[in-house]
Write a protein that binds this ligand. Structure first.
Ligand code: NAP
Length: 275
């Protein structure tokens, strides 16, 4: 049997690095720190090695489809698939950033929603039986959902929402942002928030599909919030350390064999949250 393997995207720093660190200590198998920039990735591997930990490294830029497919092929070939996948890579414009909202919408949705979806499209078929998939979303996505028009809220919460319809909604947000019409069309004024509403909703859709199409494989897929964490993204005033932020993603990554819940949920502080 192939050895077990865990893969964390965007893990050269911040919460992703802390997730890799915890998995090195708790996961029985190989743990891959991945980064879009190999130099930054190798540096991070060295920093963990100096603490006596032994992560492996693979380059992975989620905005680059050829990087995603090369990584998926590598894990399929070397390990027969992936046991734990944590989609952690994400971006956020700073509040003070003066880039036009249309640009912020396009760039933020590109990484946080569309590229993460590309990861899922190419990695879901190689998730092994008993696997765990964790999408690092945000409580901001839940708040954003509650600030959408009633019609949008109804679609995001609907159990019959398809992946195609969700992709269409995310594309529509970007288009309406470009025309300066997003607010009148029922969207809140936050590109990051909409990207995470989309990611949490996508997690629910894919979990329903797993239950339907691979019921015997007992794969659990969830979205989560790490909390407000001191990283380059959130700044130094956040209350949680990266290690504390890693706790819920790591908990979901290591749900023991035979566990049936949570699955297809949004989880924060290790608790299922309303959606
Ligand atoms: P961070 O310190 O800015 O780290 C983000 C990581 O994602 C970096 O390693 C970055 O790589 C990587 N990344 C960005 N684009 C990528 C791409 N195209 N391909 C591969 N990697 C990419 O942020 P963080 O606070 O640790 O955030 C991690 C996750 O938690 C994000 O999804 C974020 O939205 C979520 N989150 C954070 C907070 C918080 O309070 N910090 C709260 C809720 C949710 P580079 O170093 O190359 O840029």
């Amino acid at each position: 049997m192939s050895p077990r393997v865990a893969v964390v995207t965007g893990s050269n720093k911040g919460i992703g690095l802390a997730i890799v660190k915890a998995l090195c200590q708790k996961f029985e198998g190989d743990v891959y720190l991945t980064a879009r920039d190999s130099g930054r990735g190798e540096e991070a591997v060295k920093s963990l090695a100096s603490e006596g930990l032994k992560p492996m490294f693979h380059q992975l830029d989620i905005n680059d489809l050829s990087s995603i497919t090369a990584a998926a092929a590598y894990f399929k070939d070397k390990y027969g698939g992936v046991d734990v996948l944590v989609n952690n890579a994400g971006i956020a414009f700073k509040t003070a950033d003066t880039a036009p909202f249309a640009t912020q919408a396009e760039v933020t949705l590109k990484t946080n929603f569309f590229a993460t979806r590309d990861m899922l499209t190419h990695f879901m078929p190689i998730i092994k039986a008993g696997g765990r998939v964790v999408n690092v979303s945000s409580f901001v996505g839940s708040r954003t959902l509650n600030n959408c028009s009633p019609a949008l809220q109804e679609r995001f919460r609907s159990e019959d929402l398809s992946e195609e319809e969700l992709v269409g909604l995310m594309e529509r947000f970007v288009e309406e942002a470009k025309k300066g019409e997003h607010k009148q069309k029922g969207w809140p004024d936050t590109a990051y928030g909409v990207s995470k509403t989309g990611l949490t909703t996508l997690s629910m859709i894919l979990a329903r599909r797993l239950s339907k199409e691979r019921p015997g494989d007992q794969i659990l897929l969830n979205a989560c919030c790490p909390g407000w964490v001191r990283t380059d993204m959130a700044g130094p005033k956040a209350p949680k350390s990266p290690e504390e932020g890693a706790e819920t993603p790591v908990y979901l990554s290591l749900l023991p064999a035979g566990t049936t819940q949570p699955h297809g949920r949004f989880v924060s502080e290790k608790q299922v949250q309303p959606w």
